[in-house]
Design a protein around this ligand. Sequence first.
Ligand SMILES: C[S@@+](CC[C@H](N)C(=O)[O-])C[C@H]1O[C@@H](n2cnc3c(N)ncnc32)[C@H](O)[C@@H]1O
Length: 215
Amino acid sequence: MRQVIAPPVLDYLARHHPPLEPVLESIRAEGLAAGLPLVDAATARLLRALVVALGAGRVLEIGTAIGYSATCMALALPSDGVLLTMELDADRAATARRNFGRAGVDAKVNVIVGDASRFLHKVAGPFDLIFQDGSKQLYEPLLDRLVDRLRLGGVLVTDNVLWHGEVIEGFVDPPERDPCDTDAIRRYNDRLASDARLFTTFLPLGDGVALSVRV
Ligand SMILES: C[S@@+](CC[C@H](N)C(=O)[O-])C[C@H]1O[C@@H](n2cnc3c(N)ncnc32)[C@H](O)[C@@H]1O
C-alpha cells in the first residue's frame, strides 16, 4: 500500500497514539487479520475526539464492517447516547453485534443490515456526528441526505478521500485501484469543497479524512 505520509512521520505519530481499550484493540486486530479495510488508528481517535468535543448524543455511521470505528465512538457516548450504523454484509453485521456486546456498548448501538441508499430515508435526524465509510460510489449520491440529517454545527467525517493518493492524477502510476471508485471520490471531494452548507477541511490523516462542519 502506498503511503501518502512519510513512514518515519507515521511511526512518530503511532508512538504518540498509545493503545486504547483492550477490547477495541482486539476488534481491530481481528478485523485486520481478516483483511478488512478498517479506519486507521489515528482516524478512529479523531472520531472519538469529535464525539467528546461535540458532546455528541446521536451518531450515524455508514459502513460498520465488524464494528471497530463504531465501538471507538460508542465508548465515548453518554449512557443515553445512540449510534446508528448501517452495513450491507449480514455476516459482518452479526460479528459487529457480537463485538458491541463484548465492548459493553450494545445498548447504545443499533445496526441496520442492508444497503444504506435504501434505508437512509427511514432514518430521522438530526445527528451530531455522521461518519461516511461505506461504498465510495455512494459518497456523492448520499451527500444531500446526510447533510439533511446533520444538525447545525454537527460534523460529517468522510474516510478515504485521498484513496492512497490515487485521487491525485499521476501520483500512483499505473493506478492500482478501481478507477470507478477513484473517480467517485474525486467527484465527491469536488462537491464537498464547493458545498456552501458545509465548511470542509481535508486532513492528510490515514487514507485522507474530510471533516465537514454543517454551517
Ligand atoms: C471500510 S469498511 C467500514 C469500516 C468500519 N467503518 C471501521 O472502520 O471499523 C466499509 C463497509 O461498508 C460496507 N458497505 C458497502 N456498501 C454499503 C452500502 N451500500 N450500505 C451499507 N454498507 C455498505 C461494506 O460491506 C464494508 O463492510
